[in-house]
Design a binder for this molecule. Structure first.
Ligand SMILES: [Ca+2]
Ligand SMILES: [Ca+2]
Length: 434
């Protein structure tokens, strides 16, 4: 790949990667509605050489693959997370419009119950729409202790379309879509509560029972949200009013639902987003274009707590990757020993899921002279044409779910659409290497 092509690929990918889900749409029909389309879309068609035999190539780590959403239901689906009991998933998707109408440019939010045989995931029941018609939505997340409550970024109404300047990439012109109306919201889903044995009647007087309602309201885009394991704290990304070098710049914040105070956690130039608490609640992981160079790198930071145990900042930040690739959407394995993420490390036209070990000694020794990013062990987990991104684990850590473009290709489309996939994950089969 030539330098120009690489740079272009990086730029496009960085543009698409700017959320835990992503927020841009094309003008001129080239990439209309690429809101959270994984990077790589719009690049070359999948390799002209023989397709990667993913069933065989991935078999040491991923087996019993199952496609959870289909092109018959969704033009595209992506970014999904398991419920605390592992029985449900929340995800965003663009539904196939009725009667040949144009697909909605924005993602809707859905939940669906998984179908299991024993501990094996074999499919999913019908998706349940939980977002308002016409709204833009991203980054769903189940409440850890309140059955049926889902956190999501939502504009609630249709966002205005004239809010951000566009930018040109080669022949494509993109418009930023970090809608100012995007707020961190909650919605109560009675079907989920009922399935978890919790009566919906307790929500009868709560406005969240019938509508998506903001948890808080701030100017600019707020999304990429998740709860702490006790549900008290909301970790989220907040876009600054001012762009940095023509890029949207977000920082990472924590909202304390008890005191209703907002605490800035990671404030640095570049889009810092997609944060998650570590399983023990002492750390966060996130990605950032800190160097403002069209690439994204993975970071982990140790949280700093006040005397009351409220996370109010960070003690120490570690760069987990430092390479020439776009790395995004990191997610901790429940063991806390490693995290997974999607990366253009193999090719900008073939994103793959990689894992990186969070070795304690290597992180402790992290310094400019001994950067952890240069010595942490990593491993490639997926080997399939098309994008494989946004990996997450179920609560047991034995199933991985992600967004892939490895299903059947719809007639008239250049590549398979982005859909949700899951597979049994064998941690002991990961072949770590420096
Ligand atoms: Ca920032
Ligand atoms: Ca791939």
């Amino acid at each position: 790949m030539g330098t120009h092509e690489a740079a272009r690929g990086g730029r496009v990918a960085a543009a698409t990667a700017l959320t835990r889900a992503v927020a841009f749409a094309g003008v001129g029909g080239v990439c209309a509605a690429c809101v959270a389309q994984p990077p790589g879309v719009g690049g070359r068609p999948a390799s002209a050489s023989a397709p990667l035999d993913w069933k065989s190539l991935e078999s040491g780590v991923l087996t019993e693959h199952v496609q959870l959403t289909s092109r018959e239901q969704f033009v595209k689906a992506g970014e999904s997370y398991f419920s605390p009991d592992g029985a449900w998933v929340v995800f965003q998707a663009v539904p196939v419009p009725a009667g040949g109408a144009e697909a909605d440019p924005f993602y809707s939010m859905y939940v669906m119950k998984l179908v299991r045989e024993g501990d094996r995931i074999v499919g999913a029941e019908s998706p349940i729409l939980i977002s308002p018609p016409g709204s833009a939505n991203t980054c769903g997340w189940f409440h850890p202790t309140l059955p049926g409550v889902v956190l999501l970024g939502s504009t609630i109404d249709r966002p205005k379309t004239d809010q951000k300047a566009g930018f040109q990439v080669g022949m494509r012109k993109y418009v930023w879509l970090f809608p100012d109306e995007m707020e961190v919201c909650e919605r109560f889903v009675p079907e989920v509560a009922a399935a978890m044995g919790s009566p919906a009647s307790m929500w009868a007087d709560d406005r969240r029972a019938t509508m998506v309602a903001p948890v808080f309201s701030r100017p600019q885009y707020d999304a990429e949200c998740s709860y702490s394991s006790d549900g008290r704290f909301v970790l989220y990304a907040h876009v600054r009013p001012q762009k940095a070098e023509e890029r949207a710049d977000a920082d990472i914040w924590i909202y304390d639902t008890r005191t209703r105070r907002h605490h800035p956690i990671v404030v640095a130039d570049g889009y810092d987003g997609g944060p998650f608490f570590s399983p023990d609640g002492r750390r966060i992981c996130y990605r950032s274009d800190r160097k403002l160079n069209d690439q994204l790198q993975i970071f982990v930071a140790d949280l700093r707590f006040d005397d009351e145990g409220v996370p109010v900042g960070i003690e120490r930040e570690y760069a987990i990757t430092d390479n020439e690739a776009v790395n995004w959407a990191p997610y901790f394995h429940p063991s806390g020993k490693f995290l997974v993420y999607g990366t253009s490390q193999v090719s900008h036209s073939n994103y793959e899921v990689f894992a990186v070990e969070l070795d304690a000694a290597t992180l402790a020794a992290d310094s400019p002279a001994r950067p952890a990013a240069k010595s942490l062990r990593s491993a490639r987990l997926t080997s399939a044409d098309g994008a494989d991104v946004l990996p997450v684990f179920d609560p047991t850590g034995t199933w991985m779910m992600w967004t892939g473009q490895r299903g059947p290709r719809a007639e008239g489309e250049q590549r398979p659409s982005s859909q949700l996939w899951a597979a049994r994950f064998n941690a002991s089969g990961v072949r770590w290497a420096k």
